[in-house]
Design a binder for this molecule. Structure first.
Ligand code: MG
Length: 158
């Protein structure tokens, strides 16, 4: 019997001036960026939490604590690769993600984000999806105070 396990991830980071905006490992042209201990890549953080959730091994804050100087300014795709490599008993089946941002327009970057996440997970990019949406001006994403991301990852136990 195949053993499939699903995991879900959710993350939010605050937008601020004077920081680069990095989503899915892609540096995006914008007048604001995300604030965080690492590079604050909210999309990749959601994928890491979904991956760890599927394996039932806690969350990103446990694996990469923001009190640890090793992870200051860390490339989140590198963290995703490390998280993936810690799960040697599993194959990644697919990942589906959603970025919630009022601005900037992210569709020109979608293919590169997808490719980066797939590469870090060690799977073909046909197994990764990046959806882009707004919350129609409502709430903290709508006001431009922050960006949110959600992800689900399916694992198969080897
Ligand atoms: Mg985060």
């Amino acid at each position: 019997m195949t053993q499939l396990r699903i995991g879900q991830g959710y993350d939010v980071h605050r937008l601020t001036e004077g920081k680069p905006l990095i989503l899915g490992g892609v540096t995006i042209a914008h007048d604001q960026g995300l604030l965080g201990h690492s590079d604050a890549d909210v999309l990749v953080h959601a994928v890491i939490d979904a991956l760890l959730g599927a394996a039932a091994i806690g969350d990103i804050g446990e694996m990469f604590p923001d009190t640890d100087e090793r992870w200051r300014g860390a490339d989140s795709l590198g963290l995703l690769r490390m998280a993936r490599e810690s799960l040697s008993d599993y194959a990644v089946v697919n990942a589906d993600t959603t970025v919630v941002a009022q601005a900037p327009k992210l569709s020109p970057y979608r293919a590169a984000m997808r490719e980066n996440i797939a590469k870090a997970l060690g799977i073909e990019d046909t197994r990764v999806n990046v959806k882009l949406t707004t919350e129609e001006g409502l709430g903290f994403t709508g006001s431009g105070a922050g960006i949110a991301a959600q992800a689900v990852v399916l694992l198969e136990r080897l």
